[in-house]
Ligand binder design. Sequence first.
Ligand code: SF4
Ligand code: SF4
Length: 376
Amino acid sequence: MEASVHRLITSPFLGQYLVLRPGEGRGIGIPESRYEELRAAVADNRPAPLWLREAAAQAWQTVLPDSGLREVVLVRERSSYGYAKASWEINLGCDHDCGFCYLGEKRFEGLQWDDKVRLLTMLRDAGVLWLQITGGEALIDREFAAAYECATRLGMMIQISTNGSQLYKPRLQELFAGLRPYRLTVSLYGATGATYDSVTRNRGAFDRFTRGLDASREARLPVRLNIVVAEENAHEVDAMVRLAEDRWGFPYQVFTNMSPTINGEANPLASQAKKYMRARRVFNGCNAGHTFFHVDPHGVASICKIGRDPSVNLMAEGLAALPQLGSIAESLQLRTGGCSGCTKVGTCRTCRPLAKLYQEAGDNRSLYCQHGGYGS
Ligand code: SF4
Ligand code: SF4
């Protein structure tokens, strides 16, 4: 990381105030008065107050310099839009071709550089503090490193979701060593070359993947593994868990339920490992469109990755159009559980956007809403 990148961020966050350190998932809650104190201290370039020095030392073992705070703390201003989190598909293109991919057709398309910067600046101005950069495969975008650095400099805390195929490359290890994401979420698709390469339809992929994960472990990157279980690799679940625990020691989650593609195509459902199908949690409402949203590679914002319709084109309409997501979410009754008139209200395990995809895909199982009412 270049010396001029801030060491700390102070920011509003959903009615609270935080001090954060880029690259660290844990933050410190502070009262509004201390946020204002820091804001004034940065404006006057005064040194860090004692409480901040002590808090930074305790939370992150960081010794703050004696110099003025302007180069040390980045102040995120309050945003009237009030969003806190977003996800951004920098590009849908991917170097793998998994049969269960929920993205369907993965076209390698995205914004030109100037528009990427414009979009990231809009996300900052919308109040986004926690940003997930995803794809497709985010790390194969030629402008990933520049976009990642730009988002960090704008004061967003970055999580990267990746298939891990590029992590063996020294230039990426150098990038993350200098500018740590607070989390690197890496999908795992098999425990042997035969299975992994077959699932990803990419010869030699397992070898590159394991080299990348070994390097990430060496560099102590904050990796969290998503173990993706499908019919093709279900026989290696235990071996994948052992890789996560014994070889790398990374925390992990196991994902077993396949979803239709974002366009409502059924293809991924054929990869469902039946034995591992789990009942989803009962849907109790969600804040999609109100506190978080999703942006696709063209700068089109939607309430979340699943519910992409209706949407708002930020590049054409500008940030002022973003609050429409709140009304879109309301129209889907996400905060009340949705589906008025449906007898499953209260026990339904699927939000309406996800139910719509299952319905479009022609799937008809009992784990989710059977109500035909979405959009009807
Ligand atoms: S690695 Fe991920 S994005 Fe790429 S094809 Fe597989 S599931 Fe889809
Ligand atoms: S898929 Fe459903 S529960 Fe998940 S974020 Fe979107 S609306 Fe909310």
